[in-house]
Ligand binder design. Structure first.
Ligand SMILES: Cc1ncc(COP(=O)(O)O)c(C=O)c1O
Length: 432
Protein backbone atom coordinates (compact mmCIF):
# COMPACT_ATOMS: atom_id res chain seq x y z
CA UNK A 1 0.00 0.00 0.00
CA UNK A 2 1.56 3.28 -1.01
CA UNK A 3 1.39 6.35 1.12
CA UNK A 4 -0.72 8.79 -0.83
CA UNK A 5 -1.89 10.92 2.06
CA UNK A 6 -0.02 13.77 3.71
CA UNK A 7 1.21 11.78 6.71
CA UNK A 8 2.02 8.09 7.05
CA UNK A 9 -0.96 6.26 8.51
CA UNK A 10 -0.04 4.37 11.67
CA UNK A 11 -3.21 3.16 13.34
CA UNK A 12 -5.79 0.82 11.80
CA UNK A 13 -8.25 3.69 11.57
CA UNK A 14 -5.72 5.94 9.84
CA UNK A 15 -4.93 3.20 7.34
CA UNK A 16 -8.63 2.70 6.63
CA UNK A 17 -9.13 6.43 6.23
CA UNK A 18 -6.17 6.80 3.90
CA UNK A 19 -7.58 4.07 1.65
CA UNK A 20 -10.93 5.87 1.63
CA UNK A 21 -9.14 9.13 0.81
CA UNK A 22 -7.42 7.36 -2.12
CA UNK A 23 -10.82 6.25 -3.36
CA UNK A 24 -12.21 9.75 -3.18
CA UNK A 25 -9.22 11.20 -5.01
CA UNK A 26 -9.28 8.48 -7.65
CA UNK A 27 -5.85 7.15 -6.64
CA UNK A 28 -7.54 3.80 -6.09
CA UNK A 29 -10.36 2.32 -8.12
CA UNK A 30 -12.99 -0.36 -7.60
CA UNK A 31 -11.41 -3.74 -8.20
CA UNK A 32 -7.88 -2.64 -7.17
CA UNK A 33 -6.06 -5.19 -5.09
CA UNK A 34 -4.71 -4.03 -1.73
CA UNK A 35 -1.19 -4.95 -0.76
CA UNK A 36 -1.04 -8.19 1.20
CA UNK A 37 -1.12 -7.51 4.93
CA UNK A 38 2.55 -8.27 5.57
CA UNK A 39 3.84 -6.19 2.70
CA UNK A 40 1.66 -3.22 3.65
CA UNK A 41 2.76 -3.57 7.27
CA UNK A 42 6.44 -3.53 6.29
CA UNK A 43 6.01 -0.51 4.09
CA UNK A 44 4.14 1.43 6.77
CA UNK A 45 6.30 0.26 9.64
CA UNK A 46 3.37 -1.10 11.61
CA UNK A 47 2.41 -4.51 12.95
CA UNK A 48 0.62 -6.85 10.49
CA UNK A 49 -2.29 -6.96 12.96
CA UNK A 50 -2.81 -3.22 12.49
CA UNK A 51 -3.15 -3.57 8.73
CA UNK A 52 -5.38 -6.63 9.15
CA UNK A 53 -7.63 -4.64 11.49
CA UNK A 54 -7.83 -1.82 8.94
CA UNK A 55 -8.83 -4.26 6.18
CA UNK A 56 -11.42 -5.85 8.47
CA UNK A 57 -12.91 -2.46 9.25
CA UNK A 58 -13.09 -1.59 5.55
CA UNK A 59 -14.69 -4.97 4.84
CA UNK A 60 -17.27 -4.32 7.56
CA UNK A 61 -18.20 -1.06 5.80
CA UNK A 62 -18.43 -2.75 2.41
CA UNK A 63 -15.46 -0.82 1.03
CA UNK A 64 -13.25 -3.86 0.40
CA UNK A 65 -13.92 -7.54 -0.14
CA UNK A 66 -11.67 -10.38 0.90
CA UNK A 67 -11.25 -13.10 -1.73
CA UNK A 68 -9.37 -15.72 0.22
CA UNK A 69 -5.90 -16.44 -1.10
CA UNK A 70 -6.39 -14.03 -4.01
CA UNK A 71 -6.23 -11.15 -1.53
CA UNK A 72 -8.31 -8.13 -0.56
CA UNK A 73 -9.86 -5.92 -3.22
CA UNK A 74 -11.67 -2.60 -3.37
CA UNK A 75 -15.38 -3.46 -3.72
CA UNK A 76 -17.13 -2.94 -7.04
CA UNK A 77 -19.21 -0.07 -5.58
CA UNK A 78 -17.54 1.00 -2.37
CA UNK A 79 -19.63 3.29 -0.14
CA UNK A 80 -17.13 6.11 -0.44
CA UNK A 81 -17.39 9.37 -2.35
CA UNK A 82 -19.95 10.41 -4.93
CA UNK A 83 -21.50 7.80 -7.18
CA UNK A 84 -22.83 9.91 -10.00
CA UNK A 85 -23.55 8.30 -13.34
CA UNK A 86 -21.41 9.19 -16.30
CA UNK A 87 -23.01 12.01 -18.30
CA UNK A 88 -24.33 10.91 -21.70
CA UNK A 89 -23.54 12.80 -24.89
CA UNK A 90 -26.27 15.15 -26.14
CA UNK A 91 -29.03 13.40 -28.08
CA UNK A 92 -28.65 10.05 -26.34
CA UNK A 93 -31.88 8.68 -24.85
CA UNK A 94 -31.12 7.85 -21.20
CA UNK A 95 -32.77 4.55 -20.29
CA UNK A 96 -30.51 3.87 -17.33
CA UNK A 97 -32.01 5.64 -14.35
CA UNK A 98 -35.04 3.63 -13.19
CA UNK A 99 -36.95 6.88 -12.71
CA UNK A 100 -40.75 6.90 -12.97
CA UNK A 101 -42.26 8.74 -15.93
CA UNK A 102 -43.20 12.18 -14.60
CA UNK A 103 -46.43 12.19 -16.62
CA UNK A 104 -47.68 9.13 -14.69
CA UNK A 105 -47.12 10.66 -11.27
CA UNK A 106 -50.31 11.70 -9.47
CA UNK A 107 -50.78 15.30 -8.43
CA UNK A 108 -49.34 15.57 -4.97
CA UNK A 109 -49.19 18.72 -2.91
CA UNK A 110 -45.76 19.92 -3.95
CA UNK A 111 -44.21 23.03 -5.36
CA UNK A 112 -44.42 23.41 -9.13
CA UNK A 113 -41.49 22.28 -11.21
CA UNK A 114 -39.96 19.00 -12.27
CA UNK A 115 -40.31 16.16 -9.77
CA UNK A 116 -37.02 15.15 -8.19
CA UNK A 117 -35.61 11.92 -9.61
CA UNK A 118 -33.07 9.31 -8.70
CA UNK A 119 -29.61 10.61 -9.34
CA UNK A 120 -30.03 14.13 -7.96
CA UNK A 121 -27.50 15.56 -5.51
CA UNK A 122 -28.24 14.44 -1.96
CA UNK A 123 -27.91 18.02 -0.71
CA UNK A 124 -30.13 20.50 -2.53
CA UNK A 125 -27.72 23.15 -3.87
CA UNK A 126 -29.74 26.03 -2.36
CA UNK A 127 -29.67 24.30 1.04
CA UNK A 128 -25.93 23.74 0.71
CA UNK A 129 -25.49 27.48 0.16
CA UNK A 130 -27.89 28.59 2.92
CA UNK A 131 -26.70 25.90 5.37
CA UNK A 132 -23.04 26.71 4.80
CA UNK A 133 -23.71 30.39 5.25
CA UNK A 134 -25.49 29.71 8.55
CA UNK A 135 -22.88 27.27 9.84
CA UNK A 136 -19.95 29.45 8.87
CA UNK A 137 -21.57 32.50 10.50
CA UNK A 138 -21.62 30.33 13.64
CA UNK A 139 -17.94 29.48 13.37
CA UNK A 140 -18.49 25.99 11.94
CA UNK A 141 -16.40 24.99 8.92
CA UNK A 142 -19.02 23.62 6.54
CA UNK A 143 -16.78 22.64 3.64
CA UNK A 144 -18.12 19.11 4.03
CA UNK A 145 -21.86 19.00 4.55
CA UNK A 146 -24.50 16.28 4.71
CA UNK A 147 -28.24 16.53 5.21
CA UNK A 148 -29.87 13.94 7.47
CA UNK A 149 -33.22 13.32 9.14
CA UNK A 150 -32.82 15.24 12.40
CA UNK A 151 -30.28 15.66 15.19
CA UNK A 152 -30.51 12.13 16.53
CA UNK A 153 -30.30 10.64 13.07
CA UNK A 154 -27.15 12.71 12.54
CA UNK A 155 -25.64 11.64 15.87
CA UNK A 156 -26.37 7.99 15.06
CA UNK A 157 -24.87 8.18 11.59
CA UNK A 158 -21.75 9.95 12.80
CA UNK A 159 -21.22 7.41 15.59
CA UNK A 160 -21.67 4.58 13.12
CA UNK A 161 -19.16 6.17 10.81
CA UNK A 162 -16.40 5.54 13.36
CA UNK A 163 -17.42 3.26 16.19
CA UNK A 164 -17.93 -0.43 16.60
CA UNK A 165 -19.96 -2.39 19.15
CA UNK A 166 -18.07 -2.45 22.41
CA UNK A 167 -16.55 1.03 22.00
CA UNK A 168 -17.05 3.44 24.88
CA UNK A 169 -18.47 6.93 24.41
CA UNK A 170 -18.61 9.83 26.86
CA UNK A 171 -22.08 11.26 27.45
CA UNK A 172 -23.35 14.08 29.64
CA UNK A 173 -24.62 13.45 33.16
CA UNK A 174 -27.34 14.54 33.46
CA UNK A 175 -28.06 14.31 29.76
CA UNK A 176 -30.59 13.49 27.04
CA UNK A 177 -31.60 9.88 27.68
CA UNK A 178 -32.12 9.13 23.98
CA UNK A 179 -28.38 9.52 23.42
CA UNK A 180 -27.70 6.84 26.02
CA UNK A 181 -30.44 4.59 24.63
CA UNK A 182 -29.10 5.08 21.13
CA UNK A 183 -25.55 4.30 22.24
CA UNK A 184 -26.73 1.09 23.86
CA UNK A 185 -28.78 0.16 20.80
CA UNK A 186 -25.57 0.49 18.75
CA UNK A 187 -23.75 -1.77 21.18
CA UNK A 188 -21.67 1.11 22.54
CA UNK A 189 -20.84 1.63 26.20
CA UNK A 190 -21.89 5.05 27.51
CA UNK A 191 -19.59 6.60 30.12
CA UNK A 192 -21.25 9.36 32.16
CA UNK A 193 -19.36 12.66 32.54
CA UNK A 194 -20.62 15.23 35.03
CA UNK A 195 -21.65 18.65 33.88
CA UNK A 196 -22.44 22.06 35.34
CA UNK A 197 -24.02 25.22 33.97
CA UNK A 198 -21.16 25.68 31.47
CA UNK A 199 -21.29 22.16 30.04
CA UNK A 200 -19.18 19.05 30.62
CA UNK A 201 -16.74 19.44 33.48
CA UNK A 202 -13.17 19.58 32.25
CA UNK A 203 -11.56 17.35 34.89
CA UNK A 204 -14.37 14.80 34.60
CA UNK A 205 -13.89 14.60 30.84
CA UNK A 206 -10.11 14.39 31.21
CA UNK A 207 -10.55 11.46 33.59
CA UNK A 208 -12.41 9.31 31.03
CA UNK A 209 -10.78 10.46 27.81
CA UNK A 210 -8.34 7.55 27.68
CA UNK A 211 -11.12 4.99 27.72
CA UNK A 212 -13.53 6.48 25.16
CA UNK A 213 -13.48 6.65 21.38
CA UNK A 214 -16.08 9.40 21.11
CA UNK A 215 -17.67 12.22 23.07
CA UNK A 216 -21.20 13.48 22.47
CA UNK A 217 -21.73 17.04 23.67
CA UNK A 218 -24.48 19.61 23.66
CA UNK A 219 -22.82 23.00 23.14
CA UNK A 220 -25.97 24.92 24.11
CA UNK A 221 -29.53 24.26 25.26
CA UNK A 222 -28.32 21.21 27.13
CA UNK A 223 -31.14 18.85 27.99
CA UNK A 224 -32.14 18.77 30.87
CA UNK A 225 -30.06 21.53 32.51
CA UNK A 226 -30.12 24.38 29.98
CA UNK A 227 -26.31 24.55 30.20
CA UNK A 228 -24.26 26.18 27.45
CA UNK A 229 -20.51 26.38 26.90
CA UNK A 230 -18.98 29.64 28.04
CA UNK A 231 -15.99 30.89 26.06
CA UNK A 232 -13.68 29.88 28.92
CA UNK A 233 -15.15 26.37 29.25
CA UNK A 234 -15.00 25.80 25.51
CA UNK A 235 -11.30 26.72 25.52
CA UNK A 236 -10.52 24.35 28.38
CA UNK A 237 -12.51 21.52 26.82
CA UNK A 238 -10.63 22.00 23.55
CA UNK A 239 -7.32 21.84 25.41
CA UNK A 240 -8.27 18.58 27.12
CA UNK A 241 -9.65 17.08 23.91
CA UNK A 242 -6.45 18.03 22.08
CA UNK A 243 -4.61 15.50 24.24
CA UNK A 244 -6.54 12.79 22.40
CA UNK A 245 -6.81 14.04 18.81
CA UNK A 246 -8.12 10.68 17.58
CA UNK A 247 -11.28 10.85 19.70
CA UNK A 248 -14.42 11.62 17.70
CA UNK A 249 -16.28 14.67 19.02
CA UNK A 250 -19.95 15.04 18.06
CA UNK A 251 -21.87 18.19 18.96
CA UNK A 252 -25.64 18.03 19.06
CA UNK A 253 -26.96 21.51 18.26
CA UNK A 254 -30.57 20.40 18.50
CA UNK A 255 -31.92 23.77 19.61
CA UNK A 256 -30.14 25.94 17.05
CA UNK A 257 -30.63 29.68 17.29
CA UNK A 258 -33.61 29.54 19.64
CA UNK A 259 -31.09 28.50 22.30
CA UNK A 260 -30.52 32.24 22.80
CA UNK A 261 -26.73 32.00 23.18
CA UNK A 262 -23.99 31.60 20.56
CA UNK A 263 -22.81 28.19 19.37
CA UNK A 264 -19.31 27.70 20.76
CA UNK A 265 -18.00 24.57 19.13
CA UNK A 266 -15.21 22.51 20.63
CA UNK A 267 -15.37 19.99 17.80
CA UNK A 268 -14.61 21.99 14.66
CA UNK A 269 -11.27 21.28 13.05
CA UNK A 270 -10.46 18.06 14.91
CA UNK A 271 -9.35 14.90 13.14
CA UNK A 272 -12.82 13.37 13.58
CA UNK A 273 -15.62 15.75 14.30
CA UNK A 274 -19.19 16.64 13.51
CA UNK A 275 -21.61 19.40 14.41
CA UNK A 276 -25.22 18.34 13.91
CA UNK A 277 -27.59 21.27 13.57
CA UNK A 278 -31.29 20.38 13.70
CA UNK A 279 -34.29 22.39 12.50
CA UNK A 280 -36.60 20.71 15.03
CA UNK A 281 -36.74 23.55 17.54
CA UNK A 282 -36.49 26.53 15.20
CA UNK A 283 -38.92 25.36 12.48
CA UNK A 284 -40.76 22.57 14.34
CA UNK A 285 -40.06 18.90 15.18
CA UNK A 286 -41.75 17.53 12.04
CA UNK A 287 -39.06 19.15 9.90
CA UNK A 288 -36.99 15.99 10.07
CA UNK A 289 -33.90 17.64 8.80
CA UNK A 290 -30.48 18.41 10.22
CA UNK A 291 -27.22 19.61 8.72
CA UNK A 292 -24.06 17.68 9.50
CA UNK A 293 -20.75 19.49 9.13
CA UNK A 294 -17.54 17.62 9.83
CA UNK A 295 -14.21 16.39 8.55
CA UNK A 296 -13.99 14.86 5.06
CA UNK A 297 -14.03 11.22 6.11
CA UNK A 298 -16.87 11.59 8.61
CA UNK A 299 -19.16 13.47 6.26
CA UNK A 300 -18.30 11.19 3.38
CA UNK A 301 -19.10 8.09 5.42
CA UNK A 302 -22.41 9.63 6.51
CA UNK A 303 -23.26 10.49 2.92
CA UNK A 304 -22.24 7.17 1.50
CA UNK A 305 -24.20 5.20 4.09
CA UNK A 306 -27.26 7.42 3.65
CA UNK A 307 -27.14 6.68 -0.06
CA UNK A 308 -27.36 2.93 0.58
CA UNK A 309 -30.39 3.25 2.86
CA UNK A 310 -32.86 6.13 2.81
CA UNK A 311 -31.02 7.66 -0.17
CA UNK A 312 -31.42 11.32 0.70
CA UNK A 313 -33.66 13.66 2.66
CA UNK A 314 -36.63 14.56 0.46
CA UNK A 315 -36.29 17.79 -1.46
CA UNK A 316 -39.84 18.48 -0.27
CA UNK A 317 -38.15 19.09 3.08
CA UNK A 318 -34.91 20.54 1.82
CA UNK A 319 -36.50 23.24 -0.35
CA UNK A 320 -38.59 24.97 2.31
CA UNK A 321 -35.77 24.66 4.85
CA UNK A 322 -33.34 26.27 2.41
CA UNK A 323 -35.87 29.05 1.79
CA UNK A 324 -36.41 29.49 5.54
CA UNK A 325 -32.68 29.72 6.28
CA UNK A 326 -32.32 32.40 3.63
CA UNK A 327 -35.46 34.31 4.64
CA UNK A 328 -34.97 37.43 6.76
CA UNK A 329 -38.48 37.23 8.17
CA UNK A 330 -37.89 33.67 9.35
CA UNK A 331 -34.60 34.69 10.93
CA UNK A 332 -36.32 37.61 12.67
CA UNK A 333 -39.01 35.23 13.95
CA UNK A 334 -36.33 32.85 15.29
CA UNK A 335 -34.69 35.78 17.09
CA UNK A 336 -38.03 36.79 18.62
CA UNK A 337 -38.60 33.21 19.74
CA UNK A 338 -35.13 33.05 21.30
CA UNK A 339 -35.82 36.26 23.19
CA UNK A 340 -39.20 35.01 24.42
CA UNK A 341 -37.82 31.63 25.55
CA UNK A 342 -34.98 33.49 27.29
CA UNK A 343 -37.44 35.72 29.12
CA UNK A 344 -39.42 32.69 30.29
CA UNK A 345 -36.27 30.94 31.47
CA UNK A 346 -34.96 33.93 33.37
CA UNK A 347 -38.38 34.75 34.84
CA UNK A 348 -38.72 31.23 36.21
CA UNK A 349 -35.16 31.04 37.59
CA UNK A 350 -35.69 34.43 39.24
CA UNK A 351 -39.17 33.60 40.61
CA UNK A 352 -37.79 30.40 42.16
CA UNK A 353 -34.74 32.24 43.50
CA UNK A 354 -36.99 34.75 45.30
CA UNK A 355 -38.56 31.76 46.99
CA UNK A 356 -35.21 30.39 48.07
CA UNK A 357 -35.00 27.71 45.36
CA UNK A 358 -31.89 27.48 43.16
CA UNK A 359 -32.56 26.63 39.54
CA UNK A 360 -30.30 26.38 36.47
CA UNK A 361 -30.86 27.26 32.85
CA UNK A 362 -28.84 29.65 30.71
CA UNK A 363 -30.03 28.56 27.27
CA UNK A 364 -32.72 26.69 25.41
CA UNK A 365 -36.02 25.36 26.63
CA UNK A 366 -35.14 23.78 29.95
CA UNK A 367 -34.68 24.81 33.54
CA UNK A 368 -33.26 22.24 35.92
CA UNK A 369 -34.19 22.43 39.58
CA UNK A 370 -32.20 20.30 42.04
CA UNK A 371 -34.55 18.67 44.56
CA UNK A 372 -34.21 16.12 47.31
CA UNK A 373 -36.95 13.80 46.15
CA UNK A 374 -37.99 13.91 42.52
CA UNK A 375 -41.10 11.74 42.94
CA UNK A 376 -42.51 13.94 45.69
CA UNK A 377 -42.00 17.11 43.66
CA UNK A 378 -43.43 15.60 40.46
CA UNK A 379 -46.49 14.25 42.33
CA UNK A 380 -46.96 17.41 44.40
CA UNK A 381 -46.86 19.65 41.35
CA UNK A 382 -49.13 17.30 39.45
CA UNK A 383 -51.79 17.56 42.12
CA UNK A 384 -51.43 21.36 41.89
CA UNK A 385 -52.03 21.17 38.13
CA UNK A 386 -48.47 21.25 36.74
CA UNK A 387 -46.60 18.52 34.93
CA UNK A 388 -42.80 18.51 35.24
CA UNK A 389 -40.30 15.85 34.28
CA UNK A 390 -38.59 13.89 37.03
CA UNK A 391 -34.84 13.75 36.51
CA UNK A 392 -34.27 9.99 36.90
CA UNK A 393 -34.29 9.33 33.16
CA UNK A 394 -31.57 11.93 32.62
CA UNK A 395 -29.19 10.99 35.42
CA UNK A 396 -26.39 8.50 35.99
CA UNK A 397 -24.55 9.75 39.09
CA UNK A 398 -25.84 13.33 39.11
CA UNK A 399 -27.93 14.34 42.11
CA UNK A 400 -31.73 14.44 41.76
CA UNK A 401 -33.61 17.24 40.06
CA UNK A 402 -36.65 17.98 37.95
CA UNK A 403 -36.78 19.45 34.48
CA UNK A 404 -39.19 22.25 33.67
CA UNK A 405 -39.61 23.00 29.97
CA UNK A 406 -40.28 26.72 29.88
CA UNK A 407 -40.98 26.67 26.15
CA UNK A 408 -44.66 26.10 26.94
CA UNK A 409 -44.83 28.06 30.19
CA UNK A 410 -46.99 31.12 29.68
CA UNK A 411 -45.20 34.13 31.25
CA UNK A 412 -48.40 35.04 33.12
CA UNK A 413 -48.21 31.67 34.89
CA UNK A 414 -44.59 31.91 36.05
CA UNK A 415 -45.29 33.31 39.53
CA UNK A 416 -48.15 30.89 40.16
CA UNK A 417 -45.99 27.96 39.09
CA UNK A 418 -43.03 29.08 41.21
CA UNK A 419 -45.39 29.50 44.17
CA UNK A 420 -46.72 25.97 43.72
CA UNK A 421 -43.14 24.69 43.45
CA UNK A 422 -42.16 26.43 46.67
CA UNK A 423 -45.24 25.02 48.44
CA UNK A 424 -44.37 21.48 47.37
CA UNK A 425 -40.76 21.89 48.44
CA UNK A 426 -41.73 23.44 51.78
CA UNK A 427 -44.40 20.81 52.45
CA UNK A 428 -43.95 17.31 51.13
CA UNK A 429 -40.39 17.52 49.92
CA UNK A 430 -38.92 19.10 53.01
CA UNK A 431 -40.32 16.22 55.01
CA UNK A 432 -39.25 13.60 52.45
C1 LIG B 1 -30.32 17.02 23.38
C2 LIG B 1 -31.29 16.71 22.29
N1 LIG B 1 -30.84 16.20 21.15
C3 LIG B 1 -31.67 15.88 20.14
C4 LIG B 1 -33.03 16.06 20.27
C5 LIG B 1 -33.91 15.65 19.14
O1 LIG B 1 -33.60 16.39 17.98
P1 LIG B 1 -34.18 15.91 16.59
O2 LIG B 1 -35.67 15.97 16.69
O3 LIG B 1 -33.64 16.87 15.57
O4 LIG B 1 -33.69 14.52 16.36
C6 LIG B 1 -33.55 16.57 21.46
C7 LIG B 1 -35.00 16.77 21.63
O5 LIG B 1 -35.45 17.42 22.53
C8 LIG B 1 -32.65 16.88 22.49
O6 LIG B 1 -33.09 17.36 23.66
Amino acid sequence: MSNRTASVPRSADEIARSIEADLRSGARQPGDRLDPVRRAAERLGVAPGTVAAAYQELARRGTVVGQGRAGTFIAARPPVGAHGQVALPAGVVDLRSGNPDASFLPEMPRPPGDPVRYGTASVLPELAVAGRRWLEANGVDATHLAVVHGAMDGVERVLQAHLRPGDAIAVEDPGYPNVVDLARALGLAPVAVSLDGAGMEVAALAAVLRQVRAVVLTPRAQNPTGAAFTEARARLLREVLDRRPEVLVVEDDHNGDVAGVPLRSVAVGRERWAVVHSMAKTLGPDWRLALVAGDTATVDRVHSRLRLGSGWVSYELQRPVAAALADRRVRAQVRRAATAYGERRRALVEALRRRGIRAHGTSGFNVWVPVTDEAVVVAGLLSAGWGVQGGTRFRHHAPPGVRVSVSLLDPVDVERFAGAFADVVAGGEAGA
